[in-house]
Design a protein around this ligand. Structure first.
Ligand SMILES: Cc1cc2nc3c(=O)[nH]c(=O)nc-3n(C[C@H](O)[C@H](O)[C@H](O)COP(=O)(O)OP(=O)(O)OC[C@H]3O[C@@H](n4cnc5c(N)ncnc54)[C@H](O)[C@@H]3O)c2cc1C
Length: 416
């Protein structure tokens, strides 16, 4: 039996799960290296501190959420999927609950309940957790990998798992080091882009709407002949533009389009009504409201803070009486309600993205083992891989699933 340890760099969900699986399979020694003074900082922030752990969606939907790279995950999901992850926590006494769109959260509404179980499991399995160990470099000499720390000390191993995460939210410790080492070790790194990122708009009116959440709306992103229609969902105005689930989930495509110039947005404030139905509704309601101001009437249709900008876009004076609204004005009001338009001119920086899209090319990784096809004994798992999904618990599940497989493969490898 090989007496060399399995070394894992990165104490996020992927690295922790890899360590736990390897230790559970009685790997000779498992060392988990983390640069921070504590493990899993990003995991602590997930789901606004509540941790959207996974999703109850079927495996096909999970794969779809990762776009063309989703198929890569099929093997990992067949080894360790959402029901396994949920059972992992439930068997250790944590109740989970389901929220909208199948999102799974701890019933405590606290990511600390997730991390505390992971930490006590590491202890129980005697994983050698080394905190404050910032890896600077990974060197290769034949089958031996040398991990070099910032104080110039080093650690040798034959089996190395890189689980350093993406390059977003760098204050959590994920600064993209794994991408640099992967390149140096001969891997291709698919160019990094911000995924799940808020968008900046050109128009200044958003500042006045800062903090306003619009529920049950839909968006159409446009650029030239390209159109991307979202389902109905939630949007949040910020001081720079727009955020919220609907925006974040479609931001990967918008970031792509932005390379060719600005992206138009049509905000449908009444997605439940067709343009004809909305116009009829306006016609009868404006007639009934007769002597009320248009602004007052709109307040019954929209959040108060939206009424001024909608009336302005329609070119209708909000203090005008409803019965004075002309046919043209009514049509413009309908059009502004079904397609309130503004422009995205850039995405917020990578630092503010919830995930990093791009990463270590999946073509060079064996999906059954997470082992490099280029460097035997080297494994990758989690967000360092070219994997990014929309929100809903999909990204954490992928980190745990690929971590599980990497830990298992390394442990089986260690025994031969
Ligand atoms: C604000 C926010 C909210 C999110 N909410 C959700 C959610 O609710 N559900 C969901 O599914 N996903 C969510 N995500 C995405 C999810 O958190 C990540 O996809 C997931 O954490 C990736 O796990 P990982 O283990 O691959 O990487 P990370 O969690 O990034 O962990 C990598 C670890 O490696 C360490 N490391 C990096 N470089 C070095 C080095 N040189 N030496 C030593 N250690 C190093 C880092 O310090 C870090 O601890 C959210 C992300 C953010 C930013």
């Amino acid at each position: 039996m090989d007496s060399q340890p399995i070394v894992i760099i990165g104490g996020g969900p992927a690295g922790i799960m890899a360590a736990e699986r390897a230790a559970d399979l009685k790997a000779p020694a498992v060392i988990l290296l983390e640069r921070n003074a504590s493990l899993a900082r990003k995991l602590g922030l997930t789901g606004k501190g509540r941790c959207n752990l996974t999703n109850e969606a079927p495996v096909e939907e999970f794969c779809r959420r990762f776009g063309t790279n989703g198929l890569f995950l099929r093997n990992a999901f067949s080894r360790f999927f959402s029901e396994d992850l949920m059972a992992f926590f439930e068997d250790r006494g944590l109740k989970l609950k389901k929220e909208r769109q199948g999102r799974i959260f701890p019933s405590t509404d606290s990511s600390a309940s997730i991390t505390s179980i992971l930490f006590s499991e590491l202890k129980k399995l005697s994983v050698d957790v080394r905190l404050g160990r910032h890896v600077r470099k990974v060197k290769l000499d034949g089958g031996t990998k040398t991990v070099v720390f910032d104080d110039a000390s080093s650690l040798e191993c034959r089996l190395l798992i890189i689980a350093t995460g993406g390059a977003s939210y760098p204050q959590t410790g994920s600064t993209g080091d794994g991408f640099v080492w992967a390149r140096e070790l001969g891997h291709t790194v698919v160019p990094l882009k911000a995924g799940l990122v808020p968008l900046e708009t050109r128009e200044g009116f958003v500042k006045d709407l800062k903090g306003l959440t619009l529920k049950n709306i839909s968006l159409i992103f446009t650029q030239g002949s390209r159109k991307l229609q979202t389902p109905v969902g939630e949007l949040l105005f910020t001081h720079f533009g727009i955020s919220g689930p609907l925006v974040l989930d479609h931001s990967v495509s918008v970031v792509d389009w932005l390379q060719n110039g600005h992206v138009g947005i049509l905000l449908d404030l009444k997605p439940g009504l067709s343009p004809g139905e909305l116009d009829k509704k306006l016609q009868s309601e404006l007639r009934a409201a007769a002597n009320a101001d248009v602004g007052n009437y709109l307040r019954g249709l929209l959040p108060g803070r939206m009424t001024g900008v909608v009336a302005a876009q329609a070119g209708v004076d909000p203090v005008k009486k409803c019965h004075q609204v002309t046919l043209q004005e009514r049509r413009r009001l309908s059009a502004a309600l079904k397609g309130f338009s503004f422009t995205v001119h850039r995405a917020r920086p990578m630092d503010e993205a919830m995930v990093t899209s791009g990463g270590v090319s999946l073509k060079e990784i064996n999906p059954k083992t997470m082992e490099s096809r280029i460097v035997p004994g080297l494994f990758f798992c989690g967000e360092v891989l070219d994997l990014a999904a929309s929100s809903g618990g999909y990204n954490l599940q992928a980190a745990f699933s690929t971590g599980f497989v990497a830990g298992e493969s390394a442990a089986l490898n260690a025994k031969y």
